[in-house]
Design a binder for this molecule. Structure first.
Ligand code: NAI
Ligand code: MG
Length: 503
């Protein structure tokens, strides 16, 4: 922590608009209206930069969840959304994107206050990312066509066969706290383009941008009940969303542990399920690179968003001949990634999202040290209120250590040496996860060979964590089921109906 950024810096920096938003009373957004809960349980929301409570939100009861689902069910069944011309649905989704664009600065600030990420990062990454998810998916609303199919066993002309693409129905969407607004838009955009109605629940740690988004949903002109946004704890409200029989599809992003539980809980009513879960993504640095250029890339792969990224490059593999140089280069980025309060204009990294996450990450660092790892950078936390952890590099690790095997979800990378391509491909795949991977090399053949060998939903070459709404995103192995974004992203919200007509 920089001495010039006192802890009370944070609250003094809140804008009037943010203060006014934070002073609202806890409500749920159902049927385009702000409604009170059936009970008076609330959850405290903190600013992780100061560790102080800033407002309270509803902890939705089962009754509240059922009410939101019923609103979405009615809105789906009476056709007030699917019945609109696709062009009109496309325009309404785009209007939401326009409104978000018009309020971009306010959303960046609220996200920074709520999550702890620097406002500048939220403004550069989260808000534009959310807008582009909406805009990309809006276009699909008018482009979801079936096919005319010639039956296999019947003479040509005897039968007319075709498919229709129809929305699956009511979607329950549960998102995590690392990219709250971006995840919310990434979830609602394809559902709306497909013609589904939905209930969205942000994470209890970071509900604020989703609640503010609800204002814009009403303003954009969505019919009532199409988008419902509720707040509450995962094991109660989230659980009820997954089990409510009127929900047809569950879309979840979060931990692998809860993803598995949700998949089990969705089985009784055989809901469609997509899961985007944890990762332990490798970053492979080949000996042909310019280390001075690549080391900051490897640092950014793990320290961006304080490592709270599902595709964070948390396992660094550098070729033996350049290993020491790479570690030096990564360690040299410490001042750049030093955590600061989220509203400090100089911040590139903020605190972790919560005390729970802080304890978890510090626990992993301690476990790594106990298991024999050496600290090449950081390894500690600045003494400050708020949940700041210094960017950390652990070396002298082995594949059995928990810091190498488990998702830490903080600014902690484990670094290992390798000698050849097959060895590093095998090591990169020695994990239960398979979400992302980064390969840094100037040799095009090496790049394609590793892209083919690494088992993960995305492989980046000479970059990391580049996300684009047009490219499918999701995990192999225990990193998830299904894909979001791209054509596959909207197809995850569609049924296929075959129609066979005897002529
Ligand atoms: P979590 O998986 O418990 O929470 C994510 C979301 O799921 C939240 O909205 C929460 O309310 C909801 N949820 C929790 N339990 C639920 C249940 N039984 N039924 C339905 N919804 C439920 O994640 P948590 O506890 O906040 O973080 C723990 C670890 O998970 C992190 O340290 C990190 O390793 C991983 N994680 C991964 C994320 C990713 O982007 N892949 C995002 C957040 C966490
Ligand atoms: Mg949890």
């Amino acid at each position: 922590m920089n001495d010039l950024t006192p802890i009370n810096y944070q609250q003094a920096a809140y804008s009037m608009a943010a203060k006014s938003f934070l002073s609202r009373s806890p409500k749920l957004f159902i049927n385009n209206e702000w409604v009170t809960s059936s009970h008076d349980a609330t959850i405290a929301v903190e600013d992780p930069s100061s560790g102080k409570e800033i407002c309270r939100i509803v902890d939705a009861s089962d009754k509240d969840v059922d009410r939101a689902v019923a609103a979405a069910r009615t809105a789906f069944d009476d056709g007030r959304w699917t019945g609109l011309p696709p062009m009109q649905r496309e325009r309404i989704i785009n209007r939401l994107a326009d409104l978000l664009e018009a309020h971009a600065d306010e959303f960046a600030e609220i996200e920074a206050i709520d999550n702890g990420k620097p406002k500048g990062m939220a403004a550069a990454v989260d808000v534009p990312g959310a807008i582009s998810q909406l805009r990309f998916m809006a276009g699909w609303a008018s482009k979801l066509n079936g096919e005319v199919i010639q039956p296999y066993t019947m003479p040509t002309g005897a039968v007319f066969g075709y498919t229709l693409r129809e929305p699956v129905g009511v979607a329950a969407q549960i998102v995590p706290w690392n990219f709250p607004l971006l995840m919310a838009c990434l979830k609602i955009a394809p559902a709306l383009a497909a013609g589904c109605t939905l209930v969205l629940k942000p994470a209890e740690q970071t509900p604020l941008t989703a609640l503010r988004l609800a204002d814009l949903v009403a303003e954009a002109g969505f019919p009532a009940g199409v988008v419902n946004i509720i707040t509450g704890n995962g094991h109660t409200a989230g659980d009820r969303m997954v089990k409510n029989p009127d929900v047809d599809k569950v879309a979840f992003t979060g931990s692998t542990e809860i993803g598995k539980l949700i998949n089990r809980n969705a089985t009784d009513t055989l809901k469609h399920v997509t899961l985007e879960l944890g990762g332990k993504s490798p970053v492979v640095i080949m000996p042909d690179v310019d280390v001075a250029q690549v080391a900051p890339g490897a640092a950014g792969a793990i320290f961006f968003n304080s490592g709270q990224v599902c595709v964070a490059g948390s396992r660094l593999f550098a070729h033996r001949s350049i290993f020491d140089q790479v570690i030096e280069g990564v360690a040299a980025t410490a001042p750049f990634w030093a955590p600061r309060p989220s509203l400090d204009p100089q911040a590139h990294a903020g605190p972790l999202v919560s005390k729970e996450q802080f304890d978890r990450v510090m626990g992993y660092i301690e476990a790594g040290k106990r298991d024999g790892a050496s600290v090449a950078m950081g390894g500690d936390a600045p003494s400050a209120d708020g949940y700041y952890v210094n960017p950390t590099v652990l070396v002298d690790v082995n594949p059995q250590m928990s810091v190498v095997r488990e998702e830490i979800f903080g600014p902690v990378v484990v670094a290992q040496r390798f000698d050849d391509l097959d060895e590093v491909a095998k090591a990169a795949n020695d994990t239960c996860f398979g979400l992302g991977a980064g390969v840094w090399t100037r040799d095009v053949a090496t790049m394609h060979k590793l892209a083919a060998k690494i088992k993960s939903g995305t492989v980046w070459g000479n970059c990391h964590a580049v996300i684009d709404a047009a490219l499918p995103f999701g995990g192999y192995k225990e990193s998830g089921i299904g894909r979001e974004q791209g054509r596959q992203g909207v197809e995850a919200y569609l049924e296929t109906k075959s129609v066979i007509i005897q002529l």
